[in-house]
Design a protein around this ligand. Structure first.
Ligand code: AHG
Ligand code: MN
Ligand code: MN
Length: 332
C-alpha cells in the first residue's frame, strides 16, 4: 500500500480544497514535529529523567510535572522562528507569548495544552498534546490576550497527539478528521485513518464517577439512567471507561463512539468544570463536530461560547451525537 505522509496530505488537501495555505501547512508541520520530540521524551521515561514534578505551580494552581514544563518549552521553541505565528498561549503560561522581534511574524495564533493527562505521566498511561489554531486580527503582529478570545467556531485548525502504545496525530482543518501514525523508525507521520466518523449511537460513557455526590441534577439523572441498564428507561446496558487523559478518552470515542463528560458541579460556583475552554474544550469540540459528533457545555454548542478569559473553564459533554443531545436536553 502506498504510504501518504503528513506533508503530502497537507499539500494535496490544499490543491483539493484550497484550505491549507503554505503558512498554515508550515505551522501544522512544526507542531507535528514538536509532538514527535515530546513523544520521544515521553518514551524515555525514567531513562530520560522526565518523570516527577518540576517543583512549580501553573496559573491554575496545579503542580507542574517535568513533562508539562518540557513539552511547553518544546512547543514554544519549535514555533518561534518559522514566521507563521503572531503569538502563542498555553495552559502552562499565565500570559500570552509574543513572537520575539528578532523573528518574522505571521498571521496565526497557536494555543495549546502541551501535556494533557499529567496525572498519568508517572504511571505509564497514555497522555497527549492538544492544540488549536486561530487567526490574528488582520495585520496584527503584536496581538493582545483580547485577540485570543475568539469563539471556537473561528478555529482554522485543531488537533491532538496521543502518546500511547502508538504515537498518533489527529487533525482537522475544517474538512473532516484524519489520523496519522508516527513511524518511529522513519520519524515520519503516516496517514492511517481518513475521515474519522463517530458512531451516532453508543453504549459507552466516560465521567469521573467519584464526583457523583457533587453533580447537578441533570447530570445525576442522565448517569443514573445509563447505570439502570436494560431494565431502565434507556433499555440497554452501558459500559464505562475513564482514562483521566482527555486525549485518550476522546481518541477512543472518535474510534468507537461514546460520550465524555466533565460537568460543572456544586463544589465551586466560580469554577465551572475542570477543563479549559481554549486549550481543551474548543479544539476537541472542533474535532468531534468534524467527525459527526456533538459538543456542548450542557446548554449550547461549545464552539459558540464567547471566551471572556484565556484560562476560562467550561463544562464539557462531547462525543456521539444522540447521547450528547440527551444529556444536554436534561439541562433545559
Ligand atoms: P491536564 O493534565 O492538562 O491538567 O488535564 C487533565 C484533565 C483531562 O485530561 C482529564 O480528562 C481530566 O483532567 C482528569 O480529571 P480527574 O483528575 O478528575 O480524573
Ligand atoms: Mn489537559
Ligand atoms: Mn496539561
Amino acid at each position: 500500500m502506498k504510504r501518504i505522509s503528513l506533508t503530502q496530505y497537507l499539500v494535496e488537501e490544499q490543491r483539493l480544497h484550497n484550505s491549507i495555505p503554505a503558512e498554515l501547512r508550515l505551522l501544522i508541520e512544526v507542531v507535528a514535529r514538536a509532538c514527535k520530540t515530546i513523544s520521544h521524551a515521553v518514551g524515555k521515561g525514567a531513562l530520560g529523567d522526565v518523570l516527577g514534578t518540576a517543583g512549580t505551580e501553573n496559573i491554575q494552581g496545579e503542580v507542574q510535572k517535568k513533562l508539562d514544563v518540557l513539552s511547553n518549552e518544546i512547543l514554544l521553541e519549535a514555533n518561534e522562528w518559522g514566521g507563521h505565528l503572531a503569538a502563542m498561549a498555553s495552559e502552562e503560561m499565565e500570559h500570552i507569548h509574543l513572537i520575539p522581534n528578532r523573528y518574522p511574524k505571521g498571521e496565526y495564533m497557536l494555543v495549546f495544552d502541551p501535556l494533557d493527562g499529567s496525572s498519568n505521566i508517572d504511571v505509564n498511561v497514555s497522555i497527549g498534546t492538544i492544540f488549536s489554531v486561530l487567526k490574528a486580527p488582520e495585520g496584527m503582529h503584536n496581538p493582545t490576550e483580547q485577540d485570543f478570545l475568539q469563539p471556537g467556531a473561528q478555529q482554522v485548525a485543531a488537533g491532538y497527539a496521543v502518546y500511547g502504545p502508538q504515537t498518533m496525530l489527529v487533525l482537522t482543518t475544517g474538512n473532516g478528521v484524519n489520523a496519522f501514525t508516527l513511524d518511529r523508525e522513519m520519524g515520519s507521520w503516516v496517514l492511517t485513518q481518513r475521515n474519522m466518523m463517530i458512531p451516532a449511537e453508543t453504549k459507552e460513557f466516560a465521567i469521573n464517577m467519584s464526583n457523583m455526590r457533587h453533580w447537578h441534577p441533570p447530570v445525576k439523572r442522565y448517569v443514573d439512567e445509563l447505570l439502570a441498564g436494560k431494565t431502565g428507561p434507556r433499555g440497554k446496558d452501558f459500559n464505562m471507561r475513564w482514562i483521566a487523559s482527555m486525549v485518550a478518552d476522546v481518541h477512543r470515542i472518535l474510534n468507537r463512539g461514546g460520550i465524555f463528560m466533565y460537568p460543572a458541579d456544586l463544589r465551586d460556583p466560580g469554577q465551572p468544570g475542570k477543563l479549559r475552554l481554549m486549550y481543551e474544550a474548543n479544539p476537541m469540540a472542533f474535532i468531534v463536530e468534524q467527525a459527526g459528533g456533538a459538543a456542548t457545555d450542557g446548554k449550547g454548542r461549545i464552539l459558540d461560547i464567547q471566551p471572556t478569559k484565556l484560562h476560562q473553564r467550561v463544562p464539557v459533554f462531547l462525543g456521539s451525537r444522540q447521547e450528547v443531545e440527551v444529556v444536554t436536553g436534561y439541562h433545559q
